[in-house]
Design a binder for this molecule. Structure first.
Ligand SMILES: [Zn+2]
Length: 223
């Protein structure tokens, strides 16, 4: 069956199959989180295909939001608080608005989203005794700007909490964003980096743009 999202105009092909038991099931648009279907019958819904994408201003931030939200699922229990939002912000200027706090005349169905962020604090059992410990940040932060006009995405902040380091989470996050950007023909830059992170990305084959910016390409090793 075909499901239409009335908010962002995406179209999905979904299979409806019989199920042994009654399942409470909600099916959300993967681009804008609009609830498309709700059922408590003996049915299951299996996503088959995306027949129509919304405009890329909605589709790209929307799909990145869905993918990273799912990716974070296994880590969510570790966080005291965690917010994963998309919204509108002036590109490249570090001006962020709380999710939903748009201008009165802002219409996301035409303009999409320009900003995505993850912010979280983790329960950290380590006591901060030494100077070294102070740098063991318990927080997580990711800030991405979408410069739709230039078909470009910029990762401006990527901070992984100390307890989650060395698990390849940062690389995995960049790789999820990159694969989504590729589908929509956007370039992905990592900007404003600290030197160590900058050097590590260059070693992994990212392309140098300037002394604090690199571009991620197919030749960047992220896994
Ligand atoms: Zn939608």
């Amino acid at each position: 069956m075909i499901l239409n999202c009335e908010i962002c105009h995406a179209k999905f092909d979904v299979d409806l199959i019989d199920s042994e038991e009654t399942i409470n099931f909600s099916y959300y648009c993967i681009f804008c989180e609009n609830k498309l279907l709700e059922s408590n019958e003996k049915k299951k819904f299996i996503p088959k295909d995306i027949i129509e994408y919304p405009i890329s201003q909605i589709a790209l931030p929307g799909i990145i939001h869905t993918l990273l939200n799912n990716f974070m699922d296994e880590y969510k229990p570790m966080f005291k608080e965690l917010s994963i939002n998309k919204g509108w912000a002036k590109s490249n200027l570090h001006i962020s608005l709380d999710d939903g706090n748009y201008n009165d005349d802002y219409d996301f169905t035409k303009e999409g989203w320009t900003y995505f962020q993850i912010r979280g604090t983790i329960d950290d059992p380590t006591e901060k005794k030494s100077i070294e410990d102070i740098f063991k940040t318990p927080g997580m932060a990711l800030a991405i700007y979408f410069l739709h006009e230039y078909e470009q995405v910029q990762i401006q902040t990527l901070m992984i909490p100390y307890l989650l380091r060395r698990k390849g989470i940062g690389k995995k996050i960049i790789s999820i964003i990159y694969e989504a950007c590729k589908v929509f023909g956007y370039r992905l830059l990592v900007v404003d980096m600290v030197e160590s992170f900058y050097n590590r990305l260059l070693e992994r084959g990212a392309i140098m743009i300037d002394f604090e910016t690199v571009e991620i390409t197919d030749n960047t090793k992220l896994v």
